[in-house]
Design a protein around this ligand. Structure first.
Ligand SMILES: [Zn+2]
Length: 270
């Protein structure tokens, strides 16, 4: 009995050591065909919602967001666009070192008033998936002028449908309408169609993926936990959701640095 306890303790210590070792490696090198940059990388796609002082999991405080962006900046991370990610995934085009894709869902006003100044301070850009029916119509969400200004400063805007309905709950016609309507509204307001889509509530299935592809989007993002890499399905790209918690920074750090192994071991789930 005692011996078994010791063995379990040793195994736990070994597992912890492996986790710590892995957490020190910024981008995991995986086996496979070599591209010009000499290694295959997996890119963390961070997923935020609100940056505000609301005591809900979807809202991290401006101070917490600043702390996280500061960490990325001090540790040599470079924010990339979805085009850069897809050019890498499709053609093996070179990425900057320690690439990270920072994304926001829903298009809350605080993305402009709170997150945008912090991102600018550290020289980062982000990708925001907006619900077109809410833009300019609900004071809690972004306006088209704010979106235009952020676009001029390198931010990318994608679609999160017209009405934030999980498209797996809709019939094919209604689902297609959500995808095309949001795309048309964005094209009218911004001059170009959105190339990227994020599934409301993360809900997707084969049919939803096929529809998103047929409507003309280049790729789509889920909230399935993990990093984007060569094995990713381009219409169901993994992300790393970041929530408020009692240990927000520690949780951010482990999710960022050790996502693949923690996911495999079942330690972190959405
Ligand atoms: Zn959403």
């Amino acid at each position: 009995m005692v011996r078994r306890h010791i063995i379990i303790k040793c195994m736990a210590a070994a597992a912890l050591f492996v986790l710590m070792a892995i957490s020190l490696v910024g981008s995991r090198t995986v086996a496979g065909p070599q591209f010009s940059q000499g290694q295959l990388v997996e890119v963390p796609v961070l997923n935020y919602h609100m940056v505000d002082n609301l005591a809900i999991p979807l809202s991290i405080s401006p101070e917490q967001f600043d702390e996280q962006m500061k960490y990325l900046s001090e540790n040599g991370y470079h924010s990339i666009t979805p085009d850069q990610l897809l050019d890498y995934l499709e053609y093996g085009r070179r990425l900057p070192e320690n690439a990270v894709l920072i994304t926001f869902d829903d298009g809350y006003l605080d993305n402009y008033t709170k997150a945008y100044p912090i991102l600018k301070k550290y020289g980062f850009t982000a990708t925001i998936f907006v619900v077109t029916g809410l833009v300019g119509n609900d004071p809690r969400f972004l306006t088209w002028n704010q979106i235009r200004e952020m676009r001029q400063n390198g931010f990318v805007f994608g679609s999160h449908t017209a009405n934030h309905v999980p498209i797996t709950q809709l019939g094919p016609e209604q689902a297609q309408k959500e995808l095309t309507e949001s795309s048309m509204v964005m094209e009218n307001q911004l001059g170009t169609k959105p190339a990227y889509f994020a599934y409301p509530t993360g809900a997707y299935n084969r049919q939803a993926e096929q529809l998103v592809r047929r409507v003309g989007y280049r790729a789509a993002f889920t909230i399935r936990y993990g990093r984007a890499g060569m094995e990713s399905d381009h219409f169901a790209i993994e992300r790393i959701p970041i929530f408020r918690s009692t240990k927000t920074f520690r949780s951010f750090y482990y999710r960022l640095t050790a996502a693949p192994i923690l996911e495999r071991l079942g330690i972190i789930r959405n």
